[in-house]
Design a protein. Structure first.
Length: 335
């Protein structure tokens, strides 16, 4: 039997994986009456551990989504006690960004897993460097489940239209206020999300549209590229979030591609290799280099990137990447 523990929360990447497993007839060990309340989420996990102790048997597989807080290691130990295997996917490494535990402490926890699915090769190398010893697989990109389709291939805008969407607070996105009009000769930016202060931004090429529903965004967004960037600098991504891009697969990337938008990513970001190999965007050293990069994109070249992006969008909307990773994990474990 194949099991997972669904714990309701606001993280779309986790909710999407729960939905994919549910659609594939995996059995939920969690408590069915979900709640957004923190105490109830704790109860969900406790129930999952209790039912794992009762239901799991030799040859079964349980799938976990990390971080799983206090119950991760004990759930793995319970599964092994019953003769079951544990496959897990990493969403966030607390040691890298939050520093609530050391890399060695986190690896000690993760080593309780039989097979681990991580974001990319850079995250794999980071974990191996600090002592991870179990089989490890690379997801490539997170899926993005929506019930709508993006628009078909369309001609590029003049000037180029670059979209930036998500939380727009200064904490992560000070670079928005530091962008100079002179470095945006052939493009303009369309902002979507909460937290942007229009009064503090004097760049006339930045247009703020407020919050937009994700389904509406995917189905109707008008733009040429989606930008993946963090920090306060325009020449590089910096700060805790910027450094995290070096090993992280931002869900924002999946969101743009799901909407049919090729992406613009930082050259030192872990996603750069994926974008380059799949030809779904362009890579830049800094935002002031975007004009130079766009000058090389002919109408035919852009149409090709857009077609590649739409093809990948279909895969993301169907859960292709997590399904493939789980299938590969099963092969590694011989189950």
């Amino acid at each position: 039997m194949k099991y997972y523990i669904e714990v309701k929360n606001s993280n779309k990447a986790k909710r999407d994986i729960d939905q994919i497993l549910r659609n594939k007839q995996w059995h939920d060990l969690g408590f069915r009456k979900k709640s957004d309340n923190g105490a109830m989420r704790f109860f969900d996990k406790l129930c999952g551990l209790f039912f794992a102790l009762i239901k799991l048997k030799k040859g079964d597989v349980i799938f976990l989504q990390y971080p799983y807080k206090k119950f991760y290691k004990i759930t793995c130990l319970t599964a092994h006690l019953k003769g079951a295997k544990v496959v897990a996917v990493v969403h966030d490494l607390g040691a890298f960004r939050r520093h609530k535990l050391t890399e060695q402490e986190e690896n000690k926890r993760l080593n309780a897993t039989d097979c681990l699915i991580v974001h990319n090769e850079a995250m794999e190398e980071h974990l191996l460097k600090y002592g991870f010893k179990k089989p490890i697989l690379n997801l490539g990109i997170f899926d993005y489940i929506v019930g709508v389709k993006p628009q078909e291939v369309q001609p590029a805008h003049t000037p180029w239209s670059i979209v930036y969407a998500g939380g727009l607070s200064r904490r992560r996105n000070t670079f928005l206020y530091n962008l100079n009009e002179d470095s945006m000769q052939t493009w303009q930016m369309e902002l979507y999300g909460n937290g942007f202060n229009e009064e503090e931004c004097h760049n006339r090429k930045i247009h703020y549209h407020g919050l937009r529903d994700s389904d509406d965004f995917v189905a109707n967004i008008e733009g040429d590229f989606g930008l993946v960037w963090d920090g306060d600098k325009v020449d590089c991504c910096n700060g805790a979030w910027g450094e995290y891009l070096k090993i992280n697969n931002p869900h924002k990337t999946s969101f743009y591609i799901c909407a049919g938008l090729p992406v613009i990513v930082w050259s030192k970001a872990a996603m750069a290799d994926f974008v380059r190999k799949n030809d779904v965007g362009i890579i830049v050293d800094g935002l002031e280099k975007i004009d130079e990069a766009l000058a090389k994109v002919t109408p035919e070249r852009y149409a090709e990137m857009r077609r590649n992006t739409l093809s990948m969008s279909e895969k993301l909307r169907e859960g292709y990447y997590i399904e493939k990773s789980i299938s590969d994990a099963f092969k590694k474990l011989g189950v």
